[in-house]
Design a protein around this ligand. Structure first.
Ligand code: AGP
Length: 607
């Protein structure tokens, strides 16, 4: 998604804005721009592609203003080119925007009838003209902006500047996040605290409907009706250090390798390794009294929730309804008095997940959220948050957040089982002990990189891949396919192995590698028969299993990746790593932009 930065500063702000935009690159973008107010005039530089192109423009034609706004654009309306890059101008108004103005066509037609001429194909430019028209009608800048905001429908985070006023930026939020940063004689606006970390960690998050009048020495925040509101000023956590790749080629590679460490940090938050039991938690619901949990999320986070369903139902005997958030939010699932809802989100800003959460709130259901960004909107709107302690995840493809989400879900499932009495203390301690071994197993898997890279070189030659798994390996098969397609652009599908004969087997031939995720567990033999069906049709099998599985597979595989013998309970956490590494090395072979794959964004803050 787009990134927004604004600075009302003391020194030339353009280079500072570009540095801040670099910290938002992980959100995904395809053009960028900066505008400043200098000597009473609006000036701007914009460039297609990466920020390095904008820096070149600024080197050639510097901007010296001490107030400015900047933007990284992820195209929604209009192709990614310089004309459509933000900031957009209309008369004396400059604006940057993250989100989608859903009624932009109607507004554009109205403005065209009033004689306004549009330079771009974007929905954003409509807002600039709306404000310009208010100014022509005699409104002051803050009133003009407020009147325009009241006309907008849809999701937006905005930063607005005015020719002739070098001490005013107006920020507005309805959906995508926007934070005010408090400095010394300077003020900042940013899409998140990471962007503002070089300047300040004193942050105020705007709420939906808020708009802020930001001047060097004063910030006033109002609601959409123009009433002054108070928003909490807080210290942002863990964002003061600059996130970098260390000695890795990509953030994704670094984040895959951080997993043993961050899984153990996360587990320590939920498990008491001294008592060997799960920690007490102050919850807005009683696991013992629930008759079901509704889980909703998107993408990889959804697949984590899908594995969590197996665990809650198997160990806590607690029924789980799970759905992807874009369906959940419109399904109007009936939620009774003994329901609770659980949302999983790395960014904590995913629009569909947030909308599903708000549906559950409207149903009066207690809400928990498993998030990696503690100050995120989803975190703030939940009754209880279950943090993943993965640290900032920069690579668009979610890896360490996924295994940390699984660590939280596994811990919660054991806690729920203990509170519901479906396991005794001995079983609780056994499961906690197994969980505590996950980081060690994960670090052992990382030693298989060379073999996995070799397999990836073969995958890079094909156009289609099928992933198969059963039980908790089925969502992993879906995750493997998602990882591969989203960073290598190779088409891949994940399937329940038991479904092979119900259609996908028609795909099998020597050109369709089949990746089978199958630890040697109680249903391993069932998957063996699926592999035999694939082998009988010339399919090339890449088996991910353990020693016992390798010994008993009984078929000729193209490659067998042998993992440590892992307890069934924690297998999904451990088996996620080879799946991630396979996608990573295939993408490296393909030469794609591993950390910022085409068309994708790290946080999907629009529908
Ligand atoms: C994961 O590799 C994808 N980039 C994507 O599916 C992601 O998991 C999804 O957009 C949900 O994001 P969230 O966890 O921030 O809500």
């Amino acid at each position: 998604m787009c990134g927004i930065v604004g600075i009302v500063g003391q020194t030339p702000v353009a280079p500072l804005i570009v540095d801040a935009l670099k910290r938002l690159e992980y959100r995904g973008y395809d053009s960028a721009g900066v505008a400043t107010v200098e000597k009473g005039e609006l000036s701007r530089r914009r460039a297609e592609g990466k920020l390095v192109n904008l820096e070149r423009r600024l080197e050639a034609e510097p901007l010296s203003g001490t107030i400015g706004i900047g933007h990284t654009r992820w195209a929604t309306h209009g192709v990614p080119n310089e004309t459509n890059a933000h900031p957009h101008f209309a008369d004396e108004v400059a604006i940057v925007h993250n989100g989608i103005i859903e009624n932009f066509a109607e507004l554009r037609d109205e403005l065209k009838r009033d004689g306004y001429v549009f330079q771009s194909q974007t929905d954003t430019e409509v807002v600039a003209h709306l404000i310009a028209r208010e100014l022509r009608g005699g409104a002051q800048p803050t009133e003009a902006a407020h009147n325009a905001l009241k006309r907008l429908q849809g999701a937006f985070a905005l930063a607005i500047m005015f020719k002739g006023d070098d001490d005013l930026i107006i920020g507005a939020r309805n959906g995508p996040p926007l934070a005010v940063g408090h400095g010394q004689g300077e003020m900042y606006l940013g899409s998140d605290a990471i962007a503002l970390a070089p300047f300040t960690n004193s942050i105020t998050y705007l709420e939906d409907g808020d708009w802020a009048v930001v001047r060097r020495n004063k910030v006033q925040i109002f609601d959409i009706d123009g009433n002054p509101v108070k928003r909490q000023r807080q210290r942002s956590v863990g964002t003061s250090y600059l996130v970098d790749k260390g000695n890795h080629r990509h953030f994704m590679e670094k984040e895959i390798h951080e997993q043993p460490e961050v899984i153990s940090h996360t587990l320590a938050h939920y498990l008491d390794f001294t008592s060997g039991k799960t920690r007490e938690m102050d919850l807005p619901f009683d696991f013992a009294k629930l008759d079901r949990i509704a889980i909703s999320a998107c993408g990889t986070a959804y697949l984590a929730g899908l594995i969590g369903k197996y665990w809650f139902e198997r160990y806590a005997r607690l029924p789980v309804d799970i759905d992807i958030a874009s369906e959940f939010r419109y399904r109007e699932m009936p939620l009774g008095k003994k329901s609770a809802a659980l949302f999983v989100s790395q960014s904590g800003e995913t629009a569909d997940t947030l909308a599903s959460l708000r549906y559950c709130r409207s149903e009066g259901v207690p809400i928990g959220a498993i998030v990696n960004v503690r100050e995120s909107t989803i975190a703030r709107e939940s009754h209880v948050t279950f943090p993943t302690l993965a640290g900032p995840e920069i690579g668009v493809a979610s890896t360490k957040a996924f295994t940390c989400q699984l660590s939280v879900l596994a811990s919660l499932a054991v806690r729920a089982a203990a509170e519901r009495g479906t396991i005794d203390e001995g079983e609780e301690k056994r499961l906690v002990r197994q969980l505590s071994e996950a980081p060690r197993f994960a670090s052992q898997v990382l030693k298989l990189e060379e073999q996995i890279e070799k397999v990836a070189r073969e995958l890079a030659k094909v156009n289609h891949v099928l992933y198969l798994g059963r039980d908790t390996s089925y969502p992993l098969a879906l995750e493997g396919a998602l990882k591969l397609k989203e960073i290598s652009y190779i088409h891949a599908e994940g399937y329940a192995a038991g479904e092979l004969k119900h259609g996908p087997i028609a795909l099998i031939d020597e050109n369709m590698p089949v990746i089978v995720i199958a630890p040697h567990d109680r249903i391993f033999e069932k998957t063996v028969s699926n592999m035999q069906e694939v082998a009988a049709r010339g399919g090339r099998i890449i088996l991910i299993t353990d020693e016992a599985g390798a010994a008993r597979a009984g078929i000729e595989t193209f490659e067998t990746i042998v993992l440590p013998d892992t307890p069934e309970f924690i297998a999904p956490i451990v088996y996620a790593l080879p799946v991630q590494l396979l996608a990573y090395y295939t993408a490296v072979q393909m030469g794609t932009d591993v950390d910022q794959p085409r068309n994708l964004a790290k946080s999907v803050t629009v529908e």
